[in-house]
Each structure stands twice: as C-alpha cells, then as structure tokens.
Design a protein around this ligand. Sequence first.
Ligand code: 5GP
Length: 173
Amino acid sequence: MVVGKPIFTVEQIQQRVRELAEMISKDYEGKNLLAVGILRGAFMFLSDLVRAIKVPLTVDFVIAASYMKEATTGEVKVYYDVREDVNDKDVLLIEDIVDTGITLNHIRERMLQKRPRSLKICAFLDKKERRVVDVPLDYTGFEIPNEFVVGYGLDYDNRYRNLPYIAVFRKSV
Ligand code: 5GP
C-alpha cells in the first residue's frame, strides 16, 4: 500500500480554506449559521473552516456511512443526526469529498425535510466525473480526478486521517 506525494500541500489547503471561509463569512453576514459536519471524514476540514469563519455560528454533526451495492446504488445509514432545531437556522452542510453524490444527496434530502431557513453545501473535494446523483455544491475546495485520496480527515480503512495533506493512495505500486 502506497501513499503518494501530496497533491494538495498543507499550505495549499490552508490558503483554500481561508478563501472559502472568506466567501462564507460574507454570504452569512447577519444570518443564523449552523455548520453541520458530516463525520467522520469532514472533522479536520470543519475544524479549520469554522476557525476561519468570522461570523457567529453554531456547530452540529451528522454521522453517516454509505454502502455500495452496485456502482449506481448506495444505501446510506445515518448513525447520528443533528440535535439542533434547524427551523430558524441557515444550515451549511460540510462534507469531505463528493464522489457519486449518493451520501450527500441523502443527507441533503433528510435535512430539507427538517425545513431549515436555508441550506447550502460546502465540500472540500469534488470528484465531478464520478457523479451519479446531481447534488448542488455551493462552495468547493478543489476538483480532483478519479483517484482514491487520503489525508486531511480522509481515510483508507480508518487510517491516514491524520496526514495534514491530501495524497493519492494505491493498494499496490
Ligand atoms: P459518495 O456517496 O459521494 O459516492 O461517497 C462519498 C463518501 O465516499 C465520502 O464521504 C468518503 O467517505 C468516501 N470517498 C469517496 N471517494 C473517496 C476517496 O477518494 N478517498 C476516501 N478516503 N474516501 C472517499
């Protein structure tokens, strides 16, 4: 198993997170922002992002996992859902990576049923070419090709999450 060289370095990530936080701070001025991190993968991105956002906010989480049956059907299981009442909140879902879009679409629909005041999505990485379900992304860190990546919260078998950068991961050389 091989972890390649960083495709996004610590500095590149920090720079992009600052840019995203600036856009979000501007867009959520005077609003009631609730940042909802999708665990486990988004924990690192969320913690960097919320520290750089300059408007008042609250934080909650969703814990979800998806299981692929076939290439285009995934079953999403939610283990923990937001505890905050979202009716008066401007919810920003924060996701680590969007691949087929199945996981995020499921969580988005579930959140919409709770009738938040508004709902937007911020994804750190976007594997656009892999998309099966069209899910609207309002803020994106980086677009990446169809490679399996680890680091900055993203895992292989729950490992490599602590790498401070993003690298391509291959099972064999
Ligand atoms: P989707 O439902 O969009 O197909 O899958 C999203 C989830 O699959 C992500 O939240 C993440 O857990 C996992 N995933 C997709 N691509 C990658 C990748 O390149 N690396 C890692 N570590 N996880 C990925």
